[in-house]
Write a protein that binds this ligand. Structure first.
Ligand SMILES: [Zn+2]
Length: 101
């Protein structure tokens, strides 16, 4: 995980590459395959997150300016990244199979 102060040291180009690589805080949400900034436009998934990003318009040019705010939003919506229903279901299924054996 990258800290905000770490990322603030990045040049615009480095930050753009970091974004393209999908590194934290621009990593992908498994359930929709969209990163944080991909929720800034129109769409139907994760409406709460979209609402938080609504007033921002992240682009390569504005990324470093918006970074503190984007980082805070990424932390605020951490639960979208960690509790993937599919994974939870799989774990449950596996533990049930273990019990059955
Ligand atoms: Zn989404």
């Amino acid at each position: 995980m990258y800290t905000l102060s770490e990322l603030k040291q990045y040049t615009t180009d480095q930050l753009a590459q970091h974004w393209l690589d999908g590194n934290y805080p621009f990593d992908i949400i498994g359930s929709c395959d969209n990163c944080l900034t991909m929720h800034a436009g129109e769409g139907t998934c994760h409406l709460e997150l979209r609402r938080a990003l609504y007033h921002l318009n992240p682009s390569v040019a504005t990324l470093s300016v918006l970074l503190p705010e984007l980082y805070a939003i990424r932390q605020q919506f951490q639960h979208l990244y960690t509790s993937e229903p599919e994974q939870l279901e799989q774990v449950t299924r596996e533990s049930r199979e273990l019990v059955a054996v």
